[in-house]
Design a protein around this ligand. Structure first.
Ligand code: SF4
Ligand code: SF4
Length: 57
């Protein structure tokens, strides 16, 4: 399980980056990228994303 970003929906706002307690997300080329090995699947980023681009899979 890890957060997965739908790049079609992500607008690069960075809200998820600040929400992540383990710093698993960074912005690359204006899209959020999740380090699946660091992600603890807490769901915090999913709740903060304004475009619904993140799912926990
Ligand atoms: S699910 Fe939690 S740990 Fe994983 S990227 Fe989102 S905020 Fe970070
Ligand atoms: S909060 Fe959503 S739209 Fe904003 S950077 Fe993260 S995944 Fe992209």
């Amino acid at each position: 399980m890890a957060a997965v970003v739908d790049k079609e929906k992500c607008v690069g706002c960075g809200a998820c980056v600040g929400a992540c307690p383990v710093e698993a997300i960074k912005i690359e080329n204006e899209k959020a990228v999740v380090d699946a090995d660091t992600c603890v699947s807490c769901g915090a980023c999913e709740g903060e994303c304004p475009t619904g681009a993140i799912t926990i899979e």
